[in-house]
Design a protein around this ligand. Sequence first.
Ligand SMILES: *[C@@H]1O[C@H](CO)[C@@H](O)[C@H](O)[C@H]1NC(C)=O
Ligand SMILES: *[C@@H]1O[C@H](CO)[C@@H](O)[C@H](O)[C@H]1NC(C)=O
Ligand SMILES: *[C@@H]1O[C@H](CO)[C@@H](O)[C@H](O)[C@H]1NC(C)=O
Ligand SMILES: *[C@@H]1O[C@H](CO)[C@@H](O)[C@H](O)[C@H]1NC(C)=O
Ligand SMILES: *[C@@H]1O[C@H](CO)[C@@H](O)[C@H](O)[C@H]1NC(C)=O
Ligand SMILES: *[C@@H]1O[C@H](CO)[C@@H](O)[C@H](O)[C@H]1NC(C)=O
Ligand SMILES: *[C@@H]1O[C@H](CO)[C@@H](O)[C@H](O)[C@H]1NC(C)=O
Ligand SMILES: *[C@@H]1O[C@H](CO)[C@@H](O)[C@H](O)[C@H]1NC(C)=O
Ligand SMILES: *[C@@H]1O[C@H](CO)[C@@H](O)[C@H](O)[C@H]1NC(C)=O
Ligand SMILES: *[C@@H]1O[C@H](CO)[C@@H](O)[C@H](O)[C@H]1NC(C)=O
Length: 430
Amino acid sequence: MTGPDDFGRLSAGFLTILLSFTFQGVLCELVVSPVGPTLVNAICGSNVTLAVSFSGAPDPAVTWFMKGFSLPVVTWTINSNTIPDIDENRRKVLRIEPNGSLTFVNVPLEYTSNYTIEMTKSGLGRSSATFTLEVFSSPVNFLPAVGTRVDSEGKIVVAIQCVSEAWPKAVVSWSKGSEALANGTTHQISSDTTQLEILGYNVSKFLLQNYFCNCSNPLGSQRREILLTGPSISNSSLFSNHNGTIVTLTWEVPPTSVVTGFDIQMKGPDLLGKNRTQTSLNGFNTIQHELGTTRRADIFILDPNLTYMFRIIPKALTTEGDPSTVHRIGPGEGLSRSAIAGIAAGIPSGILFLVLLGGFVYFCRQIRYPLSKTVEKVKTSQTETTPPNLLTGGQKSPPDYNRLQQTPSERPVALPIFGTPLPVRIATTV
Ligand SMILES: *[C@@H]1O[C@H](CO)[C@@H](O)[C@H](O)[C@H]1NC(C)=O
Ligand SMILES: *[C@@H]1O[C@H](CO)[C@@H](O)[C@H](O)[C@H]1NC(C)=O
Ligand SMILES: *[C@@H]1O[C@H](CO)[C@@H](O)[C@H](O)[C@H]1NC(C)=O
Ligand SMILES: *[C@@H]1O[C@H](CO)[C@@H](O)[C@H](O)[C@H]1NC(C)=O
Ligand SMILES: *[C@@H]1O[C@H](CO)[C@@H](O)[C@H](O)[C@H]1NC(C)=O
Ligand SMILES: *[C@@H]1O[C@H](CO)[C@@H](O)[C@H](O)[C@H]1NC(C)=O
Ligand SMILES: *[C@@H]1O[C@H](CO)[C@@H](O)[C@H](O)[C@H]1NC(C)=O
Ligand SMILES: *[C@@H]1O[C@H](CO)[C@@H](O)[C@H](O)[C@H]1NC(C)=O
Ligand SMILES: *[C@@H]1O[C@H](CO)[C@@H](O)[C@H](O)[C@H]1NC(C)=O
Ligand SMILES: *[C@@H]1O[C@H](CO)[C@@H](O)[C@H](O)[C@H]1NC(C)=O
């Protein structure tokens, strides 16, 4: 198939040169033409070539465009020593062949497009040809997404979305356990089938049910399980503005948790300018309500000299989930910021001292000093920029552990380092 073409191209090229050098003014046209069909189908991840041949001029300049002429992706001059200029974001996929054909390596789904090759040679005109590349794939790469809202009748609506990358577009079928779900009043399926909405007044209705989505197209299918959980919070944190008058709580919820809102609760003195509403048994009272889509809340105005505690209660209508961890803010045991910096800066010298003394003890008595994991842990989190001369100030008073460690569970780990002077540790081990 390429034989006659090559021959044709060669002879045409030869003729061109001959003509252009011998008979000035004789018409000779550059022509690029597709080799094979212009509608090219490819399976996602395969290698595919849009093959062309040309005649009428030697070594023309080539430009490949995507989406009509709007987006040039490769430019090169055939047989030149220059490196083909390939769009930076497409270098992993696109290659130009010595004959001008365009090859896609492991072609991704999003390369479905029209591709136009344009060849030019000065004095010999220009020519173009257009291909349509269609990339197919079975449904892959998807994670179900869950969202919750409350509708106008006060029902909880849990929406599950299963959108897979696939071509042709996948059709999604839904089931609860082994029971196939049909479009109805309690289960509503979107017209493109990618979303299932489950409606109910009571969150317990949604839970402990195995929902499945099955995305399928002629090339294959993929199924995912969605196990909805009650209102919960996976992670939360608190930080304050520079003078401690405003705090910001942020939180996250597990991806399949059914949540319609949050209560922000506080324990401690009243916020400035606000009156206490109601106090619960454990001392926490709700100060703010947040929507189910909210993931952060600002609380003001705090007195920086007082101590407050905050937590977040996730809710599905009236059903409450477990509270978040409690976040505490305030002056604590009275250590200043500079003192904390001093302690942090003191750690390197402390560790150095420990290591040197440990080595000394090892050599003198052949007793190995165990450099505990605790020391290593703190060592990795120290600040390195603070000058070490604040050390003495730092040891005068115990630190505010809340400012050093966010998670309460880590406090006991940090305690011996700061609370116990280093020489005591060594004395006990020798
Ligand atoms: C596609 O081309 C790349 C690079 O030339 C090669 O490594 C890979 O094996 C090819 N893939 C297939 C499916 O032929
Ligand atoms: C050009 O090169 C590609 C890949 O090497 C090949 O598939 C195609 O057939 C070639 N075209 C011609 C006209 O030789
Ligand atoms: C390719 O071009 C054809 C006709 O010009 C058009 O109908 C089609 O939508 C185009 N396809 C893409 C993927 O741009
Ligand atoms: C399900 O029903 C709603 C209206 O009740 C409709 O808008 C939607 O297109 C239907 N879904 C399917 C997959 O037919
Ligand atoms: C929700 O359902 C559970 C079990 O089905 C039931 O015990 C509870 O009373 C219901 N709550 C409401 C508010 O209807
Ligand atoms: C998903 O749907 C396809 C097409 O309807 C079916 O062939 C396949 O068995 C289903 N997969 C599962 C796990 O149900
Ligand atoms: C929890 O949130 C904090 C602050 O947003 C973040 O630094 C941390 O990585 C999160 N932890 C987990 C387990 O997601
Ligand atoms: C604290 O800082 C805020 C701006 O961040 C400012 O508006 C406020 O007046 C400051 N309060 C005090 C007591 O310094
Ligand atoms: C707080 O309560 C006092 C008296 O009970 C009232 O005068 C004041 O307006 C209240 N302030 C706010 C912010 O509600
Ligand atoms: C906090 O205490 C310091 C010293 O004890 C005092 O100077 C400052 O005014 C107090 N700040 C507030 C907002 O009460």
